[in-house]
Unconditional design. Structure first.
Lengths: 1080, 503
């Protein structure tokens, strides 16, 4: 695991030690507590001296010690232990993991260079494999959630192919990508947040989070949003082969769905369904809007008579059914992961192999995701020459129903929607389910061949049987992804080494969308109730032909990510001149990214169930695209350390990129960083038990970011609408030339301090950063009279500034007590601001109702509100009692969280340990589009809160004069039912559906039984542990949000906007299960 | 040995990369970076036809042809004329017209001055007049001189509507002169999907455009278009042998159908589209059809069983904004005379409109000719367009025939001119159904005809005004993207503010 990676460094730092003859020889073995394996390279020192040795590859050591001496065992990543010799000659020591030692943590920085954290002039954080896989999340991203200050992971939807966005320190680019760069074993993955789904989390040895632009200056423009540097396992160093087997089994259940009313049945304002005497709405047997009478237990017909106007009438009880439609539809999803790893090696060579199968079924019946991941990795040293290799192959198959939007971003592709009809207003799957009235027994429609379940007899005139959708509208995807890396290193002399790193990342994404044909009976088409039902939309054809759509992309294996081949050549010069330890890294990176996609499809399949464009009517639709991006960079990284307590780092990088015009193609950017460790510098502070470690640091850096796509700078002509007609072509203007576009420039400064108190029992890190992003590459919407709806410009400046704090305390240490308890917390505040845009522009739409407004945070949610009095109360009409929509846009707030707080704790007693992670996010708003839909249809709990009676609009006022308003105590709405919730401006106004985006989530709970001590004596089994895990167990939101998980968003992961949900994100789930891990 | 291999490979890669061409990736492999006049022309003509066919649905409702079906909740903007919510109904035609005009402008600028390409320049000038007139008729003052130059004018200024009209007349005269002076220029051939490169027809088109510009300003004392009619009168106007119909080769394929048919009728699989189900016959027009005993009623609208259960099929319309409108099975859809086939041509400028324009111009004495003959020719062309027989018999009906005297019992002050103009505009109104909604509504605003049997405004009690909108509001995109410039136009009230020719 991590041990080996650290070994080489330890040798470097500690090898020059002298051993004086003493009067007692002590021997022993140092093993790790977590897996019981020996640890090579552990420093064994005699306290108060510089005398010491290191353990060998088998973890054994031999040292001469005075009888009354004390040995200090220390190893990076483990809690040091001091043990008095007391005349013993054998001392076997078990070290426990301790990731909290400030300054000693090894950080994998730029270009894979490992550095001790105390030398770094920028903020970093490490996530250990144990933390990462605590709850056996399939996706690495989920394992990072809540663990690092300033790192926010957004799970934008909840499907078997979820969209995930990983953002460090909030947004800085107005319209570009704000996601952190993911680097795996030195290979940058620009589409990383999507790519993480292909990585087996158990393969990861370490994750270093480089938070700021400064940290990543050397990775180049792609890392201006910070970087997450993943190091994978390379095998063990114990000299013996180790095999582990792990099984994780988890169940997933729908946990957070919108609050729905179960009091009122269907009526959609049909004029014929009104009681002529009372004016009350009557029961409408086919409607899916719920503005009808209250459930009363009577017996009513549901839907139309079956099969014919004189057919069987299905009579049901008019009261909420025992199982709600949501509970009836969603099932318990099951995830099972089986992982086998094999590792072996010694201090010089290592080998690692892993295979994992994960099988996940979703809460939506029939949806599933199967991932098989294989990897082979290793390291070999031949004298001065060493080679490191890694190959990872992942095959993912998943299948989901098709949705109009969301759901893995399938979109409404090629006229293919989750419903087989768009003309009759039929809804998507989740939207339909949310709208089914509470008296539906959804189970009766499960069998599509049954009397009630067949497509002609579904009672809701405006929805399609959801079981028809999941059975007949499918997206099946196969992804094959390969990530290979080969690194040679030659240590020319003791002050010079040269290395070359070649990596290739490519994959194939094959997607097939199919939708079965459907035929309606003449009776269904005749529309018994004249309701304009689904069937009546097919009067002329009797049904719809089947649909097929194929999409194949060659790239990184995700639908839009590029493949990448990269070569890095690096010369590493390092020498110590007296008190100055210097190193200089110079190098060159060249990469090429390729992408190609091809699609074809038809909506006119001739033969039912034959999904092949060769068997269609009309012509197939088809298209293709390809792109190449090339980039050459040169860089230098100079480090000067003075006496180990002062470290200066300066970097310079030049980049040339094919996406920019030749004149502005080459750009350079520098950074400088300084770190100072007072506790090492001043004698007065050395060996201080209260302040055991202190470091202060600062950095200034600049990074260029290319927010221009391949070929985007030059105008092209598009195919005119409808063309070609036969052999006749037609072209239309696509845009203008943008050849002067330059990269965005981020200028970042950062200062921070790290303190270890009471021998690092309490660790505190504090960071302040301030970043300015200039030359934003932004599409400015223009007057259409310019000929174009938008023009791409470099403009404006934004600021992103914030604080981060991370504190860890070991309240009880296991070394001294059987009982151990640690608590940790990370907290960040992010302030963003638009400083300027361009002349004549003070507000810029970013999409999804979000804007960049000068002087305001961004992205800023703006939308319609009611007319309000100066005191903010809603003004209602003195005659109708209804509010009116104000013209213009009202600002609601930012959609990215301002505050992010993570809390974690670990309690252990003997072999049992319990850990938990909770997270709070707040300071943002979300627009619950889903609430608008639910209110429109009368399904929301909110819409029934006044008993559907006329009511006085809460906290309203009536305008009595030009500037006078009186509290409304007497004027009720003229209607409290359909007429208000659906017909008035209420459901069309945005403000009632904007809520705080704040939430508390209990992210993770893990209860582990480490059974190592019980199996230690067996011959084959070296370790055994059993865990119970839970993820996203509880969600707490403010009262104003009764709709859904505020993390969900209908935007794409690369979008700079977030915070708008709709009915395309499935409801939130909680996951719980168990793991078993055996080491052989 | 390995050392050398390593060093050599590092160096070779670093040096190889220095090749200058390595980073030259400007040429987009997916799309062309140049066009030809032919490609630009065919797309511009096709788009111009599609805009006329599809962008004026709201005018079709306000003109009394169509209304919403009883099956659907009516759009409040449509039924109540409440334009406070931003995006209705301007942007479609604003965006589409300017976007197409950018292409027309490119065609003009890329061919202008090259004698061999003068036919392309001429058609570009004519199409420019065709689309810009629509912009002015919808929005009055619009950007013209500073349009289409984003690098120079990111915030283009607005020009006076009448100034634009006057300049369009000059552009049309220039087009006619280019056609006449360069007989040997490259023929656009099949890339001209309207006239197949027959340039004499384009001269007629340009001349008819001038007539349309002139007639539109009939209520004004200064009318530059009228003054320019005589100079090109000899060229003649669009007639039933020179119909300006776009036909690129529409077919029953998704996206390649006739735009009107594909939008308001049926998709490539034969299923009805949403607009087909949403827009049903409007009582305003079905009443006129019944009143005039007009056989075209069964071509403009589909037949349905009447309300009382009589066995005869009838054309039946709904009322705009009426909550109790009949459902789809009991109201007429858009009819078979408009929805003939997915490959039907898309009319750009019809001969019946040309005849009625000529009839009015002759009535006013602006051009020579007999208004009655031109009137009858217009009716015949309209019957022919929807495939309806019996034009001659229809035209001889007392209430249809061209008035020759003021009947007894007419309101005091009624003049023969008024009655003749009313007859011309009423027949023009009937003939423009569906395919030229904008012309029907615009001419109604200019003349107040036809004398509609009932107030065409909405039955919705919340409708903002009893009268119809007089102009379109500027699209909200102008407010946000060109706000400072737009502010100079003052506050626009779409229910009272008028286009310059509307006196």
């Amino acid at each position: 695991m991590k041990k080996l990676l650290l070994v080489s460094l330890c040798f470097l730092m500690l090898c020059i030690t002298e051993v004086f003859a003493q009067n007692r020889t002590v021997t022993g073995t140092v093993t790790a507590k977590d897996d019981g394996l020996p640890i090579p390279g552990v420093s064994v020192k005699i306290r108060g001296t510089n005398t010491g040795v290191q353990t060998g590859t088998n973890g054994k050591y031999t040292i001469s010690v005075p009888d009354n001496g004390t040995l200090v065992f220390s190893f990076i990543g483990y809690a040091a232990q001091s043990i008095p010799v007391n005349g013993k000659s054998v001392l076997n020591v078990v070290l426990d993991v301790n990731s909290q030692q400030l300054g000693e943590v090894i950080v994998t920085g730029a270009l894979g260079v490992k550095t001790q954290a105390k030398n770094l002039g920028y903020a970093t954080a490490n996530v250990t494999p144990k933390e990462l896989t605590a709850t056996a999340a399939i996706n690495v991203a989920n394992g990072l959630t809540g663990k690092v200050a300033g790192l926010a992971v957004y799970e934008l939807d909840n499907s078997v192919d979820p969209s995930i966005s990983i953002v460090l320190r909030g947004n800085r680019s107005l319209e570009g990508n704000n996601n952190a760069l993911i680097v795996v074993d030195g290979v940058p993955l620009p589409q990383g947040s999507n790519y993480l789904a292909a990585i087996n989390p158990n393969d990861i040895a370490d994750i270093s989070v480089l938070k700021g632009a400064g940290a990543a200056a050397i990775y180049g423009s792609e890392a201006s949003n910070g970087a997450i540097v993943v190091t994978t396992k390379r095998g063990s160093s114990s000299g013996k082969p180790t095999i582990t087997y792990q099984n994780d089994f988890q169940a997933e259940k729908v946990a957070f769905y919108p609050k729905l009313q179960t009091t009122y049945g269907p009526n959609g304002g049909e004029p014929n369904y009104v009681d002529p005497n009372t004016g009350f709405t009557l029961y409408v047997p086919y409607e899916n809007q719920e503005y009808g009478p209250a459930y009363d237990g009577s017996t009513v017909i549901i839907g139309a008579p079956l099969d014919s106007a004189n057919g069987k009438k299905v009579m049901v009880k008019y009261s909420p059914y025992a199982t709600s439609p949501i509970d009836a539809f969603f099932q318990t999803g099951i995830t099972e992961q089986n992982t086998i790893t094999y590792s072996e090696g010694d201090a010089k060579n290592s080998f690692y192999m892993s295979a994992q199968n994960s099988y996940r079924t979703d809460v939506v019946p029939l949806d599933k995701n199967i991932r098989n991941a294989f990897s082979v990795r290793g390291h070999r040293t031949y004298g001065k020459f060493s080679v490191d290799y890694s190959v990872q192959y992942t095959k993912t198959n998943f299948s989901t129903y098709i949705n109009n939007g969301g759901n893995g971003g399938s979109g409404n592709i090629f006229g293919l929607s989750g419903s087989f009809v768009t003309t009759a207003g039929a809804n998507d799957l989740y939207s339909s389910i949310l709208q089914f009235p509470a008296y539906y027994n959804l189970g009766s429609y499960k069998d599509p061949n049954s009397e009630q379940g067949n497509v002609n007899n579904f009672p809701d005139a405006y929805a399609i049987n959801p079981y028809w959708i999941i059975n007949n509208a499918r997206k099946n995807v196969q992804r094959d992804q390969l990530l290979g890396s080969l690194k040679f290193q030659y240590d020319v002399t003791d002050w010079l080494s040269a290395s070359y790193h070649l990596s290739d990342n490519f994959g194939l994404d094959q997607e097939r969308y199919t939708r079965a044909s459907v035929t309606f009976s003449p009776y269904a088409i005749s529309d018994y109730y004249s309701a304009g039902n689904v069937g009546s939309g097919f009067k002329s054809t009797g049904g719809a032909q089947g649909v097929v759509y194929d999409y194949d992309a060659y790239g990184d294996g995700t639908p839009s990510g590029q493949s990448r081949i990269q070569g890095d050549a690096i010369l590493d010069l390092h020498h110590t001149f007296g008190d100055f330890k210097t190193s200089l890294l110079v190098g060159n990176s060249i990469y090429q990214e390729n992408f190609k996609d091809v699609w074809n499809g038809s909506q006119q399949l001739l033969v039912p169930n034959v999904y092949n464009v060769a068997y269609i009517g009309g012509q197939p639709g088809a298209g293709e695209g390809s792109s190449v991006i090339r980039n050459i960079s040169y860089f230098g990284d100079l480090n000067i350390g003075f006496k180990g307590y002062l470290n200066l780092e300066a970097t310079l990088r030049n980049e040339q990129d094919s996406r920019l015009a030749a004149k502005v193609r080459s750009f350079s950017y520098p950074s400088v960083k300084l770190a100072f460790v007072p506790t090492d510098a001043f004698d007065a502070l050395k060996n201080n038990d209260v302040l055991s470690f202190a470091k202060i640091y600062g950095s200034l850096s600049r990074v260029g970011l290319i927010n221009v796509g391949a070929y985007q700078i030059n105008n092209t002509f598009g195919v005119g609408g409808g063309f070609p007609y036969g052999s006749l072509g037609g072209l239309t203007l696509g845009g203008t030339n943008y050849t002067t576009l330059k990269p965005e420039i981020t200028t970042a400064s950062e200062v921070g301090a790290e303190f270890g108190f009471l021998k690092s029992r309490i660790d505190l890190t504090l960071t302040y950063y301030n970043e300015f992003d200039k030359n934003q590459t932004v599409y400015v919407p223009t007057s259409e009279a310019t000929g174009f709806s938008q023009t791409l410009l470099n403009l404006g400046e934004t600021q992103s500034q914030g604080y981060e704090a991370q504190i860890t305390g070991q309240i009880l240490t296991t070394g001294a007590h059987k009982f151990g308890w640690t608590v940790g917390s990370n907290f960040s505040i992010n302030n963003s601001k638009v400083i300027s845009l361009t002349d004549g522009v003070t507000s810029l739409p970013l999409g999804n109702n979000q804007y960049a407004v000068v002087g305001q945070p961004f992205p800023l949610l703006q939308g319609t509100d009611f007319v309000r009095s100066p005191s903010g109360k809603v003004v209602v009409s003195p005659t109708t009692g209804n509010p009116t929509t104000a013209s213009g846009l009202t600002t609601f707030g930012r959609t990215t969280p301002k505050y992010d707080l993570g809390l974690n704790t670990n309690v252990s007693y003997g072999f049992v340990s319990l850990s938990a992670v909770a997270e709070y996010r707040g300071g943002d708003v979300i627009y619950n589009n889903i609430g608008q839909t639910l209110t429109f249809t009368g399904a929301s709990f909110y819409s029934a809160s006044n008993g559907r009676e006329n009511f006085i609009y809460p906290n309203s006022v009536i305008q009595t004069g030009p500037n006078t308003f009186v509290n409304n105590t007497s004027v009720s709405t003229v209607n409290g039912n359909y007429g208000f919730w659906q017909q008035s401006n209420f459901s069309k106004t945005m403000s009632p559906f904007v809520s705080s985006g704040a939430f508390w989530k209990i992210r993770e709970i893990n209860l582990t039984f480490n059974l190592n001590q019980f199996v230690k004596q067996t011959k084959y089994l070296k370790g055994l542990s059993v865990s119970l895990t839970g993820r996203n167990l509880w969600l707490f939101t403010p009262k104003s949000n009764s709709y859904t998980d505020p993390e969900f968003s209908d935007t794409s992961p690369n979008s700079s906007t977030r915070g708008v949900n709709d009915v395309n994100q499935l409801p939130g789930t909680r996951v719980f299960g168990g793991s078993l891990k055996a080491t052989f | 040995m390995k050392k050398y291999i390593l060093i050599v490979s590092v160096l070779s890669l670093a040096l190889g990369a220095c090749k200058k061409t390595y980073l030259n990736q400007e040429i987009n492999p997916n799309a062309p970076s140049t066009t030809t006049p032919q490609f630009t022309l065919s797309a511009a003509e096709n788009t111009a036809a599609a805009i006329t066919a599809n962008d004026y649905t709201e005018y079709g409702v306000w003109a009394g042809y169509w209304t919403n079906s009883g099956n659907y909740t009516p759009s409040t903007e449509l039924a109540q004329f409440s334009f406070s919510t931003t995006d209705f109904p301007g942007p479609d035609c604003w965006d589409d017209l300017y976007s197409n005009l950018a292409n027309i402008n490119l065609l003009q600028s890329s061919t202008q001055g090259t004698a061999g390409l003068s036919n392309f320049t001429a058609i570009a000038l004519i199409l420019k007049a065709y689309d810009f007139q629509q912009l002015v008729d919808n929005f009055n003052n619009v950007p013209y001189t500073q349009a289409f130059q984003p690098s120079k004018f990111l915030f283009p200024q607005y020009d006076n509507g009448q100034d634009i009209y006057n300049d369009l007349v000059k552009q049309l005269d220039a087009a006619i002169s280019l056609i006449q002076k360069n007989p040997g220029a490259t023929n656009p051939g099949s890339s001209d999907i309207i006239y197949g490169g027959v340039m004499s027809n384009w001269a007629k088109f340009a001349n008819t455009m001038k007539l349309r510009l002139a007639i539109r300003q009939s209520n004004l004392s200064t009318n530059a278009a009228k003054d320019a009619l005589a100079s090109t009168a000899a060229i003649g106007y669009i007639d039933n042998k020179t119909e300006a119909d776009a036909q690129p080769g529409y077919s029953n394929t998704a996206g390649k159908e006739n735009p009107f048919y594909g939008n308001f009728g049926f998709d490539a699989t034969g299923n009805t589209t949403f607009p087909y189900l949403f827009y049903r016959a409007n009582q305003v027009d079905t009443d006129i059809m019944h009143q005039l005993n007009d056989p075209r009623g069964h071509y403009y609208y589909g037949v349905v069983p009447p309300a009382a259960g009589s066995p005869l099929l009838v054309v039946r319309g709904n009322q705009l904004g009426n909550k109790n409108n009949a459902s789809n099975s009991n109201t007429s859809p858009i009819g078979p005379g408009l929805l003939k086939s997915p490959s039907q041509p898309s009319p750009v400028f019809s001969s019946y409109e040309s005849y009625f324009l000529q009839a009015e111009a002759a009535l006013r004495g602006w051009i020579p000719g007999d208004p009655a003959t031109l009137y009858a020719a217009g009716i015949a062309a309209s019957f022919n367009a929807v495939g309806c027989p019996g034009a001659a018999a229809y035209a001889t009906q007392a209430q249809v025939a061209y008035p020759t005297s003021v009947p007894d019992g007419s309101p005091v002050g009624t003049t023969l001119f008024q009655l003749q103009l009313q007859a011309i505009i009423t027949q023009k109104y009937i003939s423009l159904n569906g395919l030229f909604n904008n012309e029907a509504y615009t001419e109604f605003k200019r003349t107040g005809y036809p004398a509609l049997p009932q107030n065409p405004a909405s039955a919705d009690p919340n409708a903002l005004s009893g009268t119809l909108p007089t102009r379109l509001p500027y699209p909200s995109s102008e407010l946000t993207n060109n706000g400072a410039v737009l502010a100079k136009q003052g506050t626009i009230n779409p229910l009272t503010d008028k286009v310059f020719w509307d006196k």
